[in-house]
Design a protein around this ligand. Structure first.
Ligand SMILES: Cc1ncc(COP(=O)(O)O)c(C=O)c1O
Length: 385
């Protein structure tokens, strides 16, 4: 088997052979997800949000895939992510792509932003003044995005600052306004009244500002309909296979497969405890498989006595607390030959995807992906198209 092949039951060699757990990332599926989202936008550009190292999956591998699939605009959260993304896009032959930095400029970082051709999101009048001054010093009007707060109460100009700006539009003359954006708080709840309310507030904000391309929708926002698309959509999580329409079938393709090795299988007697704190006690004779992934790998401790792993077509429950490097799984219900030391079981896969795991952990697919640890043997498949 080549080192790049995903693990099967046949023998693995080299790094993959030593790996306790293997994270496979399907770059072709990510590219298809990008194209699917773009096809849902009739009159809007489809950007790619690749902050947090492309939601934990590797910005160096994913960003060029989206650029090749047609993405011209990218969003990251921090300046350092932007600097890294600029190098990745330059090296992969996409120097023309636009990179927006959502967290905005910090005092003293203006030179770094300019050098890497990053466009900050100006999230307050203070940010606007900072960026205007940086341009004035250099005798240019620097490009910028302007974020308005329509309901997140997180980043972006609040109502009073927006009014100040509407009364003195000259304050915008020192920058090149490339994009006006806002962020939906409840896009994953399609019927929430907050969605049309934010859309309407966004429209009103746009009316009070000089004309510029507008952006509101994240992944879920794209599925709210054309009304939410404006000029540019900013999907992140759906590119990586997480369901942007909770409660409905997932329209996206799974990108992540996570397989971990069975280290030991043991038979225990009734009443015997399993794991730290003995929070699982065997009700009768029980078989426990110890699997090589723990909370240090991003397998959240909250999955203690709640998570499930797929063994073949069957699901087996996590028994006891998640440890740092391993989990223990009750495999009593499975045939003896279905689970042996050295086998791989699926923590994320066809029968149990990242959204199912998130549900068991009481969290969201975003957190499952961004928590994926550094110890996994990473295998990237495809990505040439
Ligand atoms: C401002 C902004 N836009 C777009 C996105 C992408 O959102 P999603 O991953 O839900 O598509 C995020 C992610 O949190 C964000 O903060």
């Amino acid at each position: 088997m080549k080192p790049d092949d995903p693990p099967g039951t046949d023998s693995l060699t080299g790094l993959a052979g030593r790996a306790g757990a293997i994270l496979t990332i399907d770059l072709d599926a990510a590219a298809r997800n990008y194209r699917q989202l773009r096809a849902r936008l009739t009159n809007a550009e489809c950007a790619a949000v690749v902050k947090a190292d492309a939601y934990g999956l590797g910005m160096d591998r994913l960003a060029p895939v989206f650029a090749r699939a047609g993405a011209e605009s990218f969003f990251v959260a921090t300046i350092d992510e932007g600097i890294r993304l600029r190098a990745i896009l330059d090296d992969s032959g996409h120097p023309e792509c636009t990179i927006y930095v959502l967290n905005g400029p910090l005092p003293g970082t203006e030179g770094d932003l300019i050098a890497a051709r990053l466009i900050p999101s100006l999230n307050s009048l203070g940010d606007l003044d900072l960026w205007t001054a940086a341009g004035r010093q250099r005798g240019v009007r620097l490009p910028a995005a302007l974020q308005v707060d329509t309901g997140m109460s997180r980043l972006g100009l609040p109502d009073d600052e927006l009014e100040t700006l509407a009364e003195s539009p000259k304050r915008l003359e020192g920058i090149q306004l490339q994009l006006v954006l806002s962020h939906l708080a409840c896009a994953d709840m399609a019927d929430d009244a907050g969605n049309p309310a934010q859309r309407d507030r966004f429209r009103a904000a746009l009316d009070s500002l000089p004309k510029a391309p507008a952006s509101l929708a994240n992944s879920s926002g794209i599925f709210l309909g054309e009304d939410y698309h404006f000029d540019l959509a900013r999907p992140g999580v759906a590119l990586f296979g997480v369901n942007p329409t909770p409660g409905h079938d997932n329209p996206m393709e799974r990108v992540v497969t996570l397989q971990a090795r069975v280290l030991q299988v043991r038979q225990i007697d009734a009443h015997r405890g399993v794991g730290y704190g003995a929070t699982f006690r065997a009700a009768g004779p029980t078989r426990i498989a110890t699997i090589a992934a723990g909370y240090a790998d991003g397998y959240l401790r909250h999955l203690s006595n709640r998570g499930q792993v797929a063994i073949g077509e069957r699901l087996a429950p996590v028994a006891g607390r998640v440890s740092m490097d391993s989990i223990t799984v009750d495999v009593t219900a499975l045939p003896h030959d279905a689970v042996k030391p050295g086998d791989f079981v699926e923590l994320i896969g066809d029968s149990h995807d990242q959204d199912a795991l998130a549900e068991e952990a009481g969290t969201i697919g975003y957190e499952i992906l961004t928590a994926l640890g550094a110890r996994y043997q990473r295998v990237y498949r495809g990505g040439d198209a």
